[in-house]
Design a protein around this ligand. Structure first.
Ligand SMILES: [Zn+2]
Length: 380
């Protein structure tokens, strides 16, 4: 089967030249912002175009406290420029954008970005959301015990200060019986993760139904977290597979922002070190165990993790994990184009059995990399 070869974005200068290089290198799909001139140009070159959106973005009038996510102490946060995923107005705004885009622009599909709750990379306090009044009502409607979720999450947060607590977590990571004990003790936290997943799946379902009612040929994709982090942010691959045509896991082994795997683990380790007063190398070691990547000997030096990222083998592991939990749907991961080992990373995604591979983000000067990727895909 032909590999779907995607590029995210185009350089601002000379987009026509970029399209020519991508076409010659065998690229088939483009992920673009809603820019009618750029989309028309891409269609002229024969590309399939998906338009992406920030699902719960806080543009203009939505930059108000009432739209933000709320933590266990009632504090409000903006995460990834986004607000509460259960806010009805934010959801409606996204659905209206999808309807307008799908009816006005000649595209193959839409990719939801930021279709989640906040992640550890936005800081542990913003991660421990959302407990706003809308979420309280939503939790009650779905049969969750809101106070239990908030109470257990607060107890977890406050336990980090206790010297022995991280040892307990460490033993739970290594010993199935201790893990069961931990999960039973903090079952409100497990419920909170499940609540997050139900809410996100609900909006993805609504987006899918809207898109298919406009044109059944239109496809819905989503840029979702790499499998080992996805359950933290409300992205259940199995549930999402019911509604998405293509799953687009962000397997960013190196990068500097939220959603990059190395950044998410680095911030979590830093926050745990701050809260527990334990050395950073200890908390790094723990988060690697939690993510299931210790076997690849990731760096115990925070700067190295931030600058050079996680070992390349992790791309294979996450691509395989995604395939296992995607219920037969197309899995087409997005990886970093600036990765010095991007050709090897491409091979790893394809050898995991993924139906395509996507690259973030096309900047001027990456033309040689793009041509080499084309060669890798032709040879695979
Ligand atoms: Zn909320």
């Amino acid at each position: 089967m032909k590999t779907n070869l995607w590029m995210f974005g185009l350089p601002e200068k000379k987009p026509e030249q970029a399209l020519k290089i991508l076409s010659e290198s065998g690229f088939t799909h483009l992920s673009l912002p809603r820019n009618n001139n750029l989309i028309k140009l891409a269609l002229d070159y024969g590309f399939k175009v998906y338009v992406f959106c920030k699902t719960f973005g806080l543009e203009n009038k939505f930059r108000r406290a009432e739209y933000l996510a709320e933590d266990i102490y009632g504090r409000k946060y903006i995460w990834f420029g986004s607000g509460c995923p259960n806010n009805l107005e934010l959801r409606q705004k996204n659905l209206e954008w999808i309807e307008d885009t799908a009816t006005q622009v000649d595209i193959s599909g839409i990719s939801l970005d930021g279709i989640r709750f906040s992640s550890p990379g936005s800081g542990i306090e913003a991660f421990f959301t959302c407990f706003c009044e809308t979420c309280r009502r939503k939790a009650e409607d779905l049969g969750y015990d809101f106070e239990k979720m908030r109470g257990d999450l607060q107890r977890l947060y406050e336990s980090f200060e206790k010297p022995k607590f991280l040892k307990y977590v460490s033993s739970a990571v290594e010993d199935p019986l201790m893990l069961l004990d931990f999960l039973t003790d903090f079952r409100g936290v497990v419920e909170w993760l499940s609540f997050r997943a139900d809410c996100i799946a609900e909006h993805v379902r609504d987006a899918r139904n809207l898109l298919k009612s406009i044109d059944p040929e239109l496809e819905l994709g989503a840029y979702i977290f790499t499998p080992s982090l996805s359950s933290l942010v409300g992205q259940d691959y199995r549930m999402l597979s019911l509604y998405l045509d293509v799953l687009q896991p962000m397997i960013y082994r190196l990068g500097k922002g939220v959603a990059c795997y190395n950044h998410e683990l680095a911030v979590l380790a830093e926050d745990l070190s701050r809260l527990t007063s334990l050395p950073l190398s200890n908390t790094l070691s723990l988060v690697y165990k939690l993510a299931g990547v210790s076997e690849f000997n990731p760096p115990l030096d925070l700067n190295k993790l931030k600058e050079s990222g996680l070992p390349l083998e992790i791309v294979s592991k996450e691509a395989l994990r995604a395939q296992q939990i995607a219920l037969g749907k197309r899995v087409e991961p997005i990886i970093m184009l600036r990765d010095p080992q991007v050709e090897d990373a491409t091979r790893k995604v394809l050898s995991a059995g993924c139906s395509g591979v996507n690259f973030f983000i096309y900047k001027e000067g990456f033309e040689d990399k793009i041509r080499k990727i084309g060669e890798v895909v032709r040879e695979s």
